[in-house]
Unconditional design. Structure first.
Length: 308
């Protein structure tokens, strides 16, 4: 059964997920062939390859890109699908095959987390109009940089946790975020932040600022339970502290039961959100540690058609 969107351009990071993604490539190819899906498979070798592959494929006429792996691979492919604040190809379709240690993005859509069942969702015509977040931040060399994200972005404690998790042994798997959180929390100090969200503002203490397009991150935490990724809105949560809230709040975050809360400010942003602080705060998006505040978040409504 051929895809109505043409040949699949399958982009795989074989080194992701403790190299488990590479080990799953034979099963991926067997499953695609069994379902009669024509494809070409591109293996990445380093950072930025998936973005470059996606951009080149779209310019060469491909319209069905499939990211195989975790949120990092999806993040790179999405960045190849947008340029200058708009889609490279408006009719392009993004498929996601969760592989390796897992993919938080697919949880919002109820998609399966394994290669064989994920490939089943590459069949047919069903798609979802996916919003994409845009962030403009400062990199380590002080330059202004633009990136896009499909899932969740943040500044503050959570980004510091993501950076710490990157340094943990791969044997921790998805639990590395849990352990990184408790390793990072004691050394992280509340920041004084200034937020401007459309016509609303906040100035005061914050541990972290979450910007959700989808709902899950960090290996299954339902951090932004009110987010719907096709509503043209970014959901913003400002965790004001104190740090002791973490002991009671973290279990609730996994269930999405931490809001409403007296120590969390909630915003809904249709245009832009700017975040500045009394010190540069780390930033991450889709699990990728990027740079530092100040940062501006915007939304590109229904930028990508996601295959369901």
């Amino acid at each position: 059964m051929a895809s109505p969107f043409g040949e699949l351009t399958v982009i795989v990071n074989p080194h992701a997920g403790k190299r488990r993604v590479g080990e799953e490539i034979p099963e991926l190819e067997r499953t695609l062939q069994a379902r009669g899906l024509a494809y070409r498979l591109l293996r990445t070798e380093g950072p930025g390859d998936a973005t470059r592959f996606a951009r080149e494929a779209l310019r060469d006429g491909s319209r069905f890109l499939v990211a195989v792996g975790g949120d990092g691979t999806v993040h790179e492919v999405v960045n190849g699908m947008l340029e200058d604040g708009r889609p490279v190809a408006r009719d392009a379709v993004l498929g996601v095959v969760a592989a390796g240690s897992g993919c938080d993005l697919v949880r919002t859509f109820g998609l399966p987390g394994d290669v064989t069942r994920s490939c089943q969702h590459l069949l047919g015509e069903n798609t979802y109009p996916l919003d994409v977040g845009k962030l403009t931040y400062t990199d380590v060399e002080g330059r202004s940089v633009v990136r896009y994200f499909a899932n969740v972005a943040e500044t503050g404690l959570g980004a510091a946790v993501a950076a710490r998790a990157d340094r943990l042994p791969t044997s921790f798997g998805q639990s590395k975020y849990f352990f990184a959180f408790w390793l990072t929390l004691p050394r992280f100090h509340l920041a004084q932040v200034r937020l401007q969200a459309d016509r609303r503002s906040y100035e005061g203490p914050a541990l972290m600022v979450i910007v959700g397009n989808c709902q899950y991150y960090g290996g299954g935490m339902r951090i932004s339970p009110r987010s719907y990724p096709g509503d043209g809105v970014l959901d913003v949560l400002v965790f004001k502290g104190p740090k002791s809230d973490s002991f009671t709040m973290l279990p609730k975050v996994y269930r999405g039961e931490h809001v409403p809360h007296d120590h969390i400010e909630e915003f809904r942003v249709k245009r832009s959100l700017t975040v500045d602080a009394d010190r540069p705060l780390p930033i991450e998006a889709d699990g990728e540690v990027l740079g530092y505040s100040p940062v501006t978040f915007e939304i590109v409504p229904q930028a990508i058609r996601m295959k369901l």
